[in-house]
Design a protein around this ligand. Structure first.
Ligand SMILES: [Zn+2]
Length: 432
């Protein structure tokens, strides 16, 4: 697969820089391909090797260009990934693997989710699930089935996290998500627990301003992009993270729009959202859908840190009596959105509303959503879509890269985790 992607730049200063980079890339592509970037590739519709060579050269130059400034822009133009030539078939299959509300759950979560119903009584049958090292195995297995895969999150990957992650300012979680190949994430309310500046450090890397470098290795930042179309600087109205990303997959454009919870300021400490304004979710989505449509994007996925819930007797691939704010968002949004990957409510559901797939995958890595989009090579429209929630069971091998990382941080945090901070001498009642 050849994936080339670009984000919207954010902020005036970055805009100018991004424009410069874009122009440079454009000129390179023009000089190499002799015509508008990607045009020959997109329209060739055949396995034209010379086109690919040109394309490849252009991409290499593109990568070199961005490497000059890998950390000075929130946009950090995405790297090009490995690819296979445009297929000759009539359709392109794109797979999207999504999580939400991971909350730094590197170790095994204690929560259990219902796996099914007892045939006779109808009562839920529960099972253990989750654990970053198992989640990574699922992701990698599914990825190996389709090279056109995107791994994404609907936000709250960090914040409200256990000691193993929180003690290191959630750096280990970002490292784990990098290993899992996460590409795009909405900005959840908890991502702003420590404020915008800290989230920018999480994006770009570098040591913590107060606590310095933690752990055994440097912190390179997130390899994935935070996207937030509705978080703007309150004085300039410019987005503080890119609003969207558009990626070419085998000549077809796929757009991802990131959306934060509109009510974030009501639930995050004022210092966390200082200077920021949160815009209406549906209005913002519609604004960017118009923009993406104008760019020729016909496959649009929204990553939104807002959600809903189904009634308590619903299972992980059901959607019984759906309720919650996401329903209004979907209803008020342009039908061009193919998929809403939702979060925040820590619920699980899988539903089709007005032709759009709407999913949530519980929380803490217990569930992974697998969405398949079948896109016409001719019209570039989505002609078939399906989604399934998969419970991350522990009956599979651990993914070694993540298992190693978890072990390392478990060791590092042990002296703190085991420290006795006090003794209770009387009776102690814990609240609910
Ligand atoms: Zn959450």
């Amino acid at each position: 697969m050849k994936k080339v992607s670009f984000d919207e730049a954010s902020g005036k200063h970055i805009h100018i820089m991004a424009l410069g980079v874009t122009l440079l890339v454009f000129l390179m592509l023009v000089s190499i391909a002799g015509e508008a970037p990607f045009a020959d590739i997109q329209n060739s519709g055949s396995n034209n090797v010379s086109n690919f060579n040109k394309f490849d050269k252009a991409i290499n130059s593109y990568e070199k260009t961005i490497e000059l400034n890998p950390h000075d822009s929130l946009t950090r133009y995405n790297r090009a990934c490995a690819y296979s030539p445009i297929n000759k078939m009539d359709v392109i299959e794109v797979q999207i693997l999504s999580i939400n509300d991971f909350h730094g759950q590197l170790e095994l979560p204690s929560s259990q989710i219902p796996m099914g119903r007892n045939n006779k009584t109808g009562a839920f049958i529960y099972s253990n699930s989750g654990g970053a090292e198992y989640l990574a195995t699922y992701i990698n297995r599914l990825k190996s089935e389709n090279p056109n895969t995107f791994v994404v999150s609907a936000g709250d990957s960090i914040g409200a996290s256990p000691l193993i992650s929180a003690y290191f300012h959630d750096e280990p979680t970002i490292k784990a998500l990098n290993i899992m190949g996460l590409e795009f994430s909405a900005v959840g309310n908890h991502e702003l627990d420590k404020g915008l500046e800290e989230l920018i450090r999480i994006q770009n890397g570098g040591c913590h301003p107060k606590d310095g470098c933690l752990g055994n290795s440097s912190f390179e930042g997130a390899n994935f992009h935070f996207l937030a179309a509705n978080i703007v600087n309150e004085s300039t109205n410019a987005t503080v993270f890119p609003a969207y990303n558009v990626t070419y997959v085998q000549g077809v454009l796929i757009g991802f729009i990131g959306v934060a919870l509109r009510d974030t300021p009501a639930i995050v400490r004022p210092s966390g959202v200082k200077g920021l304004k949160f815009l209406d979710e549906a209005e913002t989505i519609n604004k960017y859908v118009r923009k993406l449509k104008g760019m020729g994007v016909k496959t649009i996925v929204v990553l939104i840190h807002d959600g809903g819930s189904q009634s308590a007797d619903g299972l992980y691939n059901e959607s019984l009596n759906m309720s919650g704010p996401i329903l209004d968002v979907v209803k008020l949004t342009d039908h061009a959105v193919d998929v809403f990957i939702t979060g925040h409510t820590h619920k699980v559901y899988n539903v089709l509303i007005d032709g759009s797939i709407v999913t949530e995958a519980y929380a803490q890595g217990n569930v992974l959503t697998d969405i398949d989009l079948v896109i016409s090579n001719e019209t570039h429209a989505v002609i078939e879509k399906r989604a399934r929630n998969i419970v991350v069971s522990r009956g599979i091998p651990k993914y070694s890269g993540v298992a190693k990382l978890v072990k390392e941080y478990k060791c590092l945090v042990a002296p703190t985790a085991d420290k006795v901070i006090g003794n209770i001498t009387g009776k102690y009642y814990s609240g609910t």
